[in-house]
Design a protein around this ligand. Structure first.
Ligand code: C2O
Ligand code: CU
Ligand code: CU
Length: 574
């Protein structure tokens, strides 16, 4: 099932001459322009180990087909990461027994890490360290995808602060499919600032990786069946936590640290306890907040993480608390919701997991008042306070665009060229819809300058639910959903590679307020982020440093079906 149509892909790739010195990034744009076949992904010679790099941790990472028991009855064929620790502390690699998820990788800030990736699939792959600040050539760019049977060596130093990160495949146009079939894992970084807090750890720190999947009658995974599944993103009808259906955890009556990660390809969650207990958030994508925040619920879009303090003390033995995804609206065109299969519509109310108090204990750690401190930038610290770098969301026929273009590896626009060691103000917004074909970078920039709203979205799409209807009118039921405004009527979790960013401001266009009111209290904008959910009609300003490393750093929608349809671009840091 996993080896259909690979030859085509391999044939399209060609080996770049190694003498061209691609790693000297100064010459990269010219080299790339010189390559034929715009859009076709070249294949670079895989890195090998550098004997002068003295690794503190060395891991062999495999990915291959296997089968696991997920539902009752027949096992499910999946793709899985597995790892072997060659050198370093043994907590660096922990298997999750019985799960298709990759082992948990645990690193310390400052460690030097070497990872040997072995491709045991029947198609090209490459692994990306989502959230880590590593050199461009260690970041898992699709340029570095390796063929079946090949090996790729990564070497980097852990520069990040304590945080939960993700490792997952990033090959050109097949990321979503590989992740969906099982390739993903959690990667934790720990540091001294975090250790000094004495937060719950060991058995009291629990990863919660949430994914949705669709199974056939033989318990096999079903993936994209028609264009509509790609346009909206693919949605399953079963919620899995850490690779398990109907996940339940037995807890003591004390405080826990729950580390949430949305590993779904497209599904957005609004997480809340069933009894209305507020949620105490202590961290997001890029690590701990300055101080805890209490929220009625939390939004969690694909690629995002949340660090939650869950205190079960005072709860009776035998009592249960259910984490649910609560009702919300507006992230999909109305039609997308209608056509969504399986009794688990996006934005409906359904359970995620159950925590059951099975042991009464008298002791519990106290929630610290302050958690961490980190460098905070003001708009005046940016190189471009009056001219934000645009990230314009739009669409063309059968493609999804950022800054007016679908992904192409050798296609860096001027606005996508970022001077190294600068801090940039950026603005993510909805641009003109498909009726215009493409939005040019200039239009995008203009909209950015006018300060603060996805104006294209308003002018062309109308408002709220109206956008979805527009999608219907123009696209027609059977017509592949290419209606004007389809993308504008959807929420997009936008992810930027490299260093984490701050969220400076959000603004919502007239007409979208009602839907927005169902989600906006669930945004935690005070921490460091690498993925931000941008709602229909919304414009989000972020402040992002581009320090240390030159080269290509991707930015894309982390709705992985969107990413694979072209909703991805490169920044070239020069
Ligand atoms: Cu988690 Cu470029 O992706
Ligand atoms: Cu990433
Ligand atoms: Cu998207």
């Amino acid at each position: 099932m996993f080896n259909k149509n690979n030859n085509n892909y391999s044939r399209r790739r060609f080996l770049a001459q190694s003498g061209l010195g691609l790693l000297a990034f100064a010459g990269m744009p010219n080299l790339l322009n010189a390559m034929e076949g715009m859009g076709a992904m070249p294949k670079l010679p895989p890195h090998t180990a550098n004997p002068n790099f003295k690794a503190d941790v060395e891991i062999e990472l495999f990915c291959k087909p296997t089968s696991v028991a997920i539902l009752v009855g027949q096992q499910t064929q999946v793709l899985q990461y597995s790892a072997r620790l060659l050198h370093g502390p043994k907590e660096a690699v922990t298997e999750i027994p019985g799960s298709y998820l990759g082992p948990i990788i645990r690193l310390q800030k400052g460690q030097k890490v070497r990872i040997h990736l072995h491709n045991g699939l029947s198609e090209p792959t490459v692994t990306h360290w989502h959230g880590l600040h590593v050199p461009a050539e260690q970041d898992g760019h699709p340029l570095y995808a390796i063929d079946p049977g090949e090996k790729l060596v990564y070497e980097f130093e852990v520069l990040n602060r304590a945080s939960m990160n993700i490792y997952h495949p990033h090959p050109h146009e097949t990321t979503a499919k590989q992740v969906y079939h099982g390739l993903a894992g959690a990667l934790f970084v720990n540091d001294e600032e975090e250790a000094a807090l004495g937060l719950p750890s060991g058995d009291y720190e629990i990863p919660i990786v949430i994914q949705d999947r669709l199974f056939d009658a033989q318990n096999q995974l079903v993936y994209v069946r028609h264009m509509h599944d790609r346009m909206t993103g693919f949605y399953g009808d079963r919620i899995l936590v850490n690779g398990r259906a109907d996940f339940q955890m037995d807890v003591d009556s004390r405080a826990y640290r729950l580390r949430f990660l949305n590993g779904s390809t497209a599904r957005i969650y609004k997480l809340g306890w069933d009894d209305g207990t507020p949620i105490t958030v202590i961290g997001v994508d890029g690590g701990l907040l300055e101080k805890p925040e209490t929220k009625p619920y939390m939004m969690l879009a694909p690629g995002e993480r949340l660090d939650v303090w869950a205190d079960f003390s005072g709860r009776a033995e035998g009592s249960q608390l259910v984490m649910r995804s609560l009702a919300f609206s507006g992230v999909l065109p109305k039609m997308g919701m209608m056509m969504n299969h399986g009794g688990l519509p996006v934005g409906s109310d359904y359970p995620i997991f159950t925590a059951k108090v099975t042991r009464k204990v008298s002791d519990s750690p106290k929630l610290p008042n302050t958690l961490s401190s980190f460098r905070r930038y003001a708009i005046t610290d940016t190189a471009n306070p009056n001219k934000p770098v645009p990230i314009a969301i739009s669409e063309a026929h059968m493609a999804m665009l950022l800054n007016g273009r679908p992904y192409a590896y050798n296609d860096v626009q001027d606005i996508e060229r970022i001077p190294v060691n600068t801090v940039q103000l950026m603005e993510i917004f909805h641009a003109h819809g498909g009726g215009h074909g493409q939005t040019t970078a200039n239009e995008g920039q203009e909209a950015g300058h006018q300060g603060g709203m996805g104006m294209g979205g308003m002018r062309h799409g109308g408002m709220g639910g109206g956008m979805g209807m527009g999608g219907m009118r123009h696209g027609g039921m059977g017509g592949g959903m290419r209606g004007m405004g389809m993308m504008m009527a959807m929420a997009h979790p936008i992810h930027l590679h490299g260093q984490s960013f701050q969220i400076a401001s959000r603004s919502i266009a007239n007409g979208n307020e009602a839907d927005y009111a169902t989600v906006h209290e669930g945004f935690i904008d005070s921490g460091l982020k690498d993925t931000v959910l941008v709602m229909p009609g919304e414009s989000v300003r972020i402040i992002k440093p581009f320090q240390d490393f030159k080269g290509l750093f991707m930015y894309h929608c982390h709705n992985l079906e969107h990413e694979d349809m072209g909703m991805m671009r490169d920044f070239l840091v020069v």
